[in-house]
Structures are given as structure tokens and as C-alpha cells.
Design a protein around this ligand. Structure first.
Ligand code: GLA
Length: 354
């Protein structure tokens, strides 16, 4: 029997939303909230897993006989399933998961769970896996086993990003660059309390619509065209034009945001956050009124450079680029103002309250 511990963080995406499944650019950062895994190997093929967040009963299955159930255990089954598919051998194990990444809040608790579990399995069974391969396996398990057609941003962020740095990532080549956040910048993240889910529904619809736009434009992925193609995009049917316009302009904004971060130009970064939100709200239509409210309350604040929804949308959280030293006050004031207008309870995810 071997016992190992591993962990992995949640993420907040700074900019580059709904670009990853178009092979585009993204720029997430790791949050301090992490998922911890304690794993003990077994001599047979049985797996049992407990999640302190999801109740006292374990999920169980046999390695090699994974079957989708629709429950959280699918994420664990997906991992052993994908490992076998890619030629990695694991036996049974007991897994205890404890997570400080809140579920359904937009911090990607699922990627943190996948990456923490894969890291524990990599150590316990001596799997020869780089951090990039590990992220790729985590994404593949979620897409092909769990059935959520997500891109690779969240798994790459959980596997490779650090706190207080942005992971600039080209999701086509998986080349990345770690950019330290300027000391003058503080990130604030507030959850709207409107729960979102990705496995079905609107995320899938947006993906389909924007892929259709790409087909009509004659490209494999929208990454293959830039803002110089905007006039061609305008000739598409209006809905498809909006979807494509978001993706193409968002890719451009990520490149500009990377330059702004490197230069420490927070005014420009803030303007890009705001423009990203407007594009997600009006062109990609993945925001909701409560999230728009949080963004506009944040932007009214003197010490805020810009704010935007973060993650897949349809609820979830906002990320605010704030002047360093003002994060806590901004988080409290914006949350209080939001609580006065909305029935949903806001939750401050960053800065951490100790
Ligand atoms: C979810 C998905 C990511 C990405 C974002 C939107 O978080 O898991 O792959 O598509 O939505 O940017």
C-alpha cells in the first residue's frame, strides 16, 4: 500500500472567454482555494472515493469497468478511463477529497478535482506524465467521459498557473508564458450566487453557433482569422456574426491585455476587461442580469480599473481589476450594494477573508 497527498488550485480567468474551444488565447490565474487529495493504493481494482463537500457516502467502481452515472463520481471514473485509453496502468485506490473551491461559482472546481486526482495517481503509480499532458488528460476525461464539451483552459490553469501570475496560453500549441501580476494590481472575485452548469444547455449551443460561423467563414477554427476579417464576419447572418465577432475581438483583447500586464498599464487592462464584458453580454450573450449588475456596481468604484464576468457565464462570478490595497473594501462595498438590489447572496471569493 502506498499513500500520497496532492493538491491543485481553482482558477479565475482574467481575459479570453469562450476562445479556448476555438484554439484561441486565454489568460487565467490560479486562486488560493485548492482541492486536496489523499490517496491510498489497493492491491485489487476497486476504487472508492469520498468528497467532504458532497456528503458522507463514497462512490465506488472497478478500474476497467467505468460506467457513467450522472453523479460526481463520473469525474473520478473519467480519470481512470482516460488513463487506460492512453496506455497508463493504474490499480484500485481509496481517495479522500477535500476542497476549498466552491462548487458552481466559476472557479472551476471540476478542473481542480481532476488535476488533484491525476497528480495523486501520477505519484502513487509512477506515471510518466508532464504537467501539460496531465491537463490534456483531465480535459479529455471531462469531454469524452463526463460529456461536457469544454476547452482546455481550466485544466491547464489548474495544472500550470500560479497565484499572483497570469498564465498566457495559446490553446492551439499549448505554449504558455507566466506573467507576474504587477504589485499595483489586486484581483477581486465575487460570485453572483446565480448557479451555472456547463454539461448541457447554453454552453453547448454557443459552441455550436460559433463553430457554424467558422464553417461559413471557411476556417477550421475562429482562431484562424483576426480582426482584419471583421467586415467578412458582418456579412454572416446577424446571430452568427455576433458570435464570431466576440471570439475574434476577444482573442485580440487577450494579446493586448498581455502587453498591458507586462507594461503595468492597468488603465488599459481595465478598459479591456470592460470591453470583454460588453462583448460577452451583447455579442456572445452569455451574461445574465445579476452578473451585469455586479460588473456595473464594481465599475462605479473609483479604485476599479475594469470588471467582467469570468468563466463560462450564465451566472457565476465576476473578476475585478482593482488598485492594490483597495481589494477588501471594494469587495465589501460592491457585495453590500449588490445584496441591496438582488435576491441572490453574493460571495466574496477574492481577496480571501482569514
Ligand atoms: C468553461 C470551460 C472552459 C472555457 C470557459 C469559457 O470554464 O470549462 O474551457 O470554455 O468556460 O471561457
Amino acid at each position: 500500500m502506498r499513500e500520497v497527498r496532492a493538491d491543485a488550485p481553482g482558477r479565475v480567468n482574467l481575459i479570453g472567454e469562450h476562445t479556448d474551444y476555438h484554439d484561441g488565447y486565454v489568460m487565467p490565474s490560479a486562486v488560493p482555494q485548492r482541492t486536496h487529495a489523499l490517496l491510498q493504493t489497493r492491491d485489487d481494482t476497486r476504487v472508492r472515493a469520498w468528497s467532504q463537500q458532497l456528503g458522507p457516502d463514497p462512490i465506488g467502481f472497478e478500474v476497467g469497468r467505468e460506467r457513467k452515472t450522472g453523479g460526481w463520481g463520473d469525474y473520478i471514473q473519467g480519470i481512470t478511463w482516460v488513463l487506460a485509453r492512453e496506455g497508463f496502468e493504474v490499480r484500485g485506490f481509496e481517495l479522500h477529497l477535500e476542497s476549498a473551491v466552491p462548487l458552481g461559482s466559476g472557479l472551476s472546481s471540476s478542473a481542480a478535482l481532476e488535476v488533484a486526482t491525476l497528480r495523486a495517481l501520477r505519484d502513487a503509480f509512477d506515471l510518466q506524465l508532464s504537467d501539460v499532458e496531465l491537463a490534456r488528460l483531465a480535459q479529455r476525461s471531462e469531454v469524452e467521459f463526463v460529456g461536457a464539451p469544454v476547452g482546455i483552459m481550466d485544466q491547464m490553469a489548474s495544472s500550470l498557473a500560479g497565484e499572483r501570475e497570469a498564465l498566457f496560453l495559446d490553446t492551439r500549441s499549448l505554449e504558455f508564458e507566466r506573467i507576474p501580476l504587477p504589485d499595483t494590481l489586486e484581483l477581486v472575485v465575487i460570485n453572483s450566487g446565480v448557479a451555472h452548469q456547463h454539461v448541457g444547455g447554453d454552453y453547448v449551443t454557443r459552441r455550436r453557433e460559433s463553430e457554424e460561423a467558422g464553417r461559413l467563414l471557411g476556417v477550421k477554427r475562429l482562431r484562424d482569422i483576426g480582426v482584419d476579417a471583421l467586415s467578412r464576419i458582418e456579412a454572416l447572418p446577424p446571430l452568427l456574426a455576433r458570435r464570431a465577432r466576440h471570439v475574434v475581438t476577444e482573442n485580440q483583447r487577450v494579446l493586448e491585455a498581455r502587453a498591458a500586464l507586462v507594461a503595468g498599464d492597468l488603465e488599459t487592462l481595465g478598459r479591456l476587461f470592460t470591453a470583454s464584458h460588453v462583448s460577452l453580454r451583447d455579442d456572445y450573450e452569455v451574461s445574465v442580469a445579476r452578473v451585469d449588475l455586479l460588473v456595473s456596481l464594481a465599475e462605479d468604484h473609483a479604485d476599479v480599473f475594469g470588471a467582467r464576468m469570468t468563466g463560462g457565464g450564465f451566472g457565476g462570478a465576476v473578476v475585478i481589476a482593482a488598485a492594490a490595497g483597495h481589494g477588501r473594501a471594494i469587495a465589501q462595498e460592491v457585495s453590500a450594494a449588490y445584496a441591496r438590489c438582488a435576491s441572490d447572496a453574493p460571495e466574496i471569493l477574492l481577496p480571501l477573508v482569514n
